[in-house]
Design a protein around this ligand. Structure first.
Ligand code: DHB
Length: 316
């Protein structure tokens, strides 16, 4: 089950996606955090934040809406308390970072450079850009590229950097290309889709923040499509596929689309052991189809008959 993401090698390809596992501590009641490929932290910001007012979660058919508002302890507490704890438990740690200005991303990358034991950095590009009327950095290829270049430039060691992209764009391949050109080693696809629910009894938005991020099984086909498109365009760029993975079969689908590793997120909220279960189920799925090595099935859905041009006749 060993998995490789460019320069990053992990014992298996199932990761706890950012945001649904905090910094891993709560999960340890239910699973061995060292058994998961890696834990991706809830996005860390420079300062502690209490996040948005409640209600911050709303259930919808096949999905969860959230507007947590990047609640968190801030980078200092993360480095002093959470990272050492995770490492002491034998976990691999991918640190997700989020900023509201390019300087904030810069500062976070600098701070992380002082910390030992970080397996990779994931840049959350879905934060509201304080310098551009709250428009998230990841919606525009040029802005996304600026953030990636800043982080890369401020990291004083050679840790792999992944850019996590929003699917709420017309052309995710353009954003992906800008991130890779600016120094990203790989991409995490996808973050939440913006959504909204209204309580018809109160006639008010279900979330205090009106709209928020949709995740869960409802978004999985969007994730599969984004992973597919980016893999088509950049077959050598490693991808962490995330979005609505609930079972080993869901994970297999994203691997076939071209992801090298798979993040499990929202499923953790109702099944805290989801990462271990998905890993076990993925092993069973691979055994059932006679695949010995995970690496052998990555991107296999892109196979085409000899001579068939790209974009045609996938099924021949
Ligand atoms: C939050 C941030 C995200 O990037 C996301 O995907 C979901 C929630 C937040 O904390 O608001």
């Amino acid at each position: 089950m060993r998995a490789r993401l460019g320069p990053l090698e992990l014992p298996n390809p199932v990761l706890a996606a950012s945001g649904c596992a905090g910094a891993g501590r709560e999960l340890a009641q239910f699973i061995d955090v060292a058994r998961v490929g890696a834990i991706i932290s809830k996005s860390i910001m420079t300062e502690p934040r209490t996040g948005n007012p409640a209600p911050r979660l709303a259930e919808t058919p096949s999905g969860l809406l959230n507007s947590v508002g990047l609640q968190g302890p801030g980078v200092d507490a993360f480095l002093q308390r959470d990272l050492p704890w995770l490492l002491s438990r034998g976990a691999r740690v991918v640190v997700s970072i989020a900023g509201q200005t390019v300087r904030e991303y810069d500062a976070l990358a600098s701070r992380l450079s002082d910390a030992a034991g970080v397996s990779a950095v994931e840049i959350n590009l879905s934060c509201p850009n304080a310098e551009d009327a709250g428009r998230p950095f990841g919606l525009d290829p040029a802005t996304a590229g600026v953030v990636v270049a800043a982080v890369r430039g401020s990291l004083r060691y050679d840790v792999p950097v992944f850019a996590k992209l929003s699917p709420d764009v017309t052309d995710i391949v353009a954003v992906a290309g800008a991130c890779v050109a600016s120094g990203a080693d790989g991409l995490s696809l996808i973050n939440v889709l913006l959504g909204m629910a209204i309580d018809v009894r109160t006639m008010r938005p279900a979330l205090a923040g009106a709209y928020g991020g949709l995740s869960g099984p409802a978004v999985r086909p969007v994730a599969v499509r984004c992973v597919w498109q980016v893999r088509e365009a950049f077959p050598d760029v490693p991808i962490i596929g995330t979005g609505g993975v609930r079972t080993g079969r869901d994970a297999l689908e994203l691997l076939l689309a071209g992801a090298s590793m798979v993040g499990v997120g929202t499923a953790i909220i109702h099944d805290p052991s989801a990462c271990s279960r998905v890993l076990r189920e993925l092993e069973e799925e691979l055994a059932a189809i006679g695949v010995d090595r995970v690496a052998d099935i990555i991107g296999q859905a892109h196979r085409r008959a000899p001579g068939v041009p790209r974009g045609f006749a996938w099924r021949t």
